[in-house]
Design a protein around this ligand. Sequence first.
Ligand code: BDP
Length: 695
Amino acid sequence: ENGYRLWLRYEPLETTQQNALKERIRQVVIPEQSSVMQSAAAELTKALPAMLQTPIQRAQSLNAPGIVVITATHPYAKQLGLRQDMSTLGEEGYLLRTVKHQNKMMVVVAGKNDAGALYGTYALLRLLQTGNDLTNLNVREAPSFAHRLLNHWDNLNGTVERGYAGHSIWWNVNLNADSIIARHEDYARANASIGINGTVLNNVNATPQMLTSEYLEKVAVIAGRLRPYHIKVYLSINFSSPKELGGIENSDPLNPQVAQWWKEKATEIYRLIPDFGGFLVKANSEGLPGPQDYGRTHADGANMLADALKPHGGLVMWRAFVYNPTPEDRAKQAYSEFKPLDGQFRDNVIVQVKNGPIDFQPREPFSPMFGAMEKTPLMMEFQITQEYLGHSNHLVYLAPMYKEVLDADTYCKGTGSTVAKTLDGSIYPHQHTAIAGVSNIGRDANWCGHDIAQSNWYAYGRLAWNHQLTSEQIADEWVRMTFSNQAEVVTPISSMMMASHQTCVDYSMPLGLHHIMGWDHHYGPEPWTEFPGARADWLPQYYHQASASGLGFDRTDKGSNATAQYAEPLRSQLNDATTCPEGYLLWFHHLPWDYPMKSGRTLWHELIERYHVGTNNVRGFQRTWDSMEGMVDAERFKAVQYKLKIQARDAIWWRDACLLYFQTFSKRPIPLEYERPIHDLNELKQIKLDMGHHN
Ligand code: BDP
């Protein structure tokens, strides 16, 4: 058991559940023929006999009890009395019902279209895998966001930027090797099972080469493998492609030759891939080219690409991850840049915004762009790969972090204007809704490096489908399918997962600290780093502002005034240290070391407390996991046990490094009730990691 099967293991069910189901499922009827329907059929044919330990027949008519999978337009929908209910079902939605037909019980999966039927099929299999016996089914679901994407930061040479699970599954591989063909199909199954319907195949730091015909042909091959699972492919593009590939003098979006080049490129792409999704664009960001190179705006650039894709139905996902080494607080820059452009984008442009205003830190407040852009559809960009959260060495379940952001109240249209509602069409009724997650997938046998990191891929997909699910529910499902349905396994593993994000925040960047990690590789602590000639906004001091007077970045109206980018009453709440949530305290405030915290401790003492809570919790995770020996398979047991050792050591490394470093400013002791540091600061400063990747 090496983790390759993810949450689609289809282990034999418990005997009582099997026996009940064998009566209920005597046949499977899937009368429609599209390739997506065939994927649904293939999954059922693979899963049911394995779970029920008995062969299951495919049939055409409803003359025995069984599972029926149909779309809204099939005559069976009417015969089974579901047509009415289906007429109001959302795009790609489905119903799961147990229906009596001529005295036989039918378990019906009814999709709005064939994609809905596929998603419904996986939902049914999820119910079976998690112990349900399919009596009295009454489920009605439709996705929260229309476009649910993974973003792969994969380079054409096969490396993966910020990837910690081996090389790319797409690039620098033999596309015709059996193992790669199988990977692609299993990738598609896993994504379809959680409702992902789009994928960007290459790094946002894109090379023009991506759009050469040599590579587009490869994209067409991949698209062909994902299509039966209703997954569209998208590409990241380099804004200078017309100049670099087309030999045009420049790539100015207002140059008619440039616009023409993109039109022709779009036509070429759609000739090869008729259902191509569109472009993801990182422009004028971290040194990449963009419209501003020619004195044009982000809207000029995005619209020119949107016009090229429009006749084919394609979308432009234009990233708002922009910041420059100017005096303006980095946390304010995306809003400052984009807010004045609200209303200037074509209707097939979506602006893709990272969850927080800086950069995927362990905890960030939500980006103030959410709620503030009324006339422009925005989409969330989450990071699934754990760039700043211990790579694939640390156990960190990210659903609670995603939920914290999705459920945060922007107050843009009064109380209850959550971030999720600003994006899903309920507050601003835009034509397109979307969400993206930066993938943690590579060619490792277990896909994600850490067996438990699979839960982040899973949780992202589940929340993209339905942002109202709870983190607990998702963890529960995932553990049941990935490890076991036994309560003795489900409870400890899921409670450990639920505590893990706050734990990682505590041992690395508690109380709103951010961006104090290792230069370049972003692994481990380096609050002290200086780099001759480096941009100030790439260095930790810029963010923690530690001094004899205290700690934290003053973003109040006395400081950078980033709080003013939020709507009232949140603005005032964040602006005042006594009402600012402690999780964001040092994000928004620079406070004296003796500042009194809610606990009654001083800030310095509270910092020590948080770091120790973090390290102690990881030691607790080790004990919890060791109690799973014999309850989960030996191979994954050992693998996770080994990773937890690394995490425990790293947590202490973080704690000692940060406390000893901040102590050089606070000049206060570590109270005797806490463990003594086991490193000294100079020794820690000597650690130079070569993580084998750059940027
Ligand atoms: C940063 C990563 C960098 C990415 C960048 C981005 O360190 O590798 O290229 O985000 O999102 O967090 O464009």
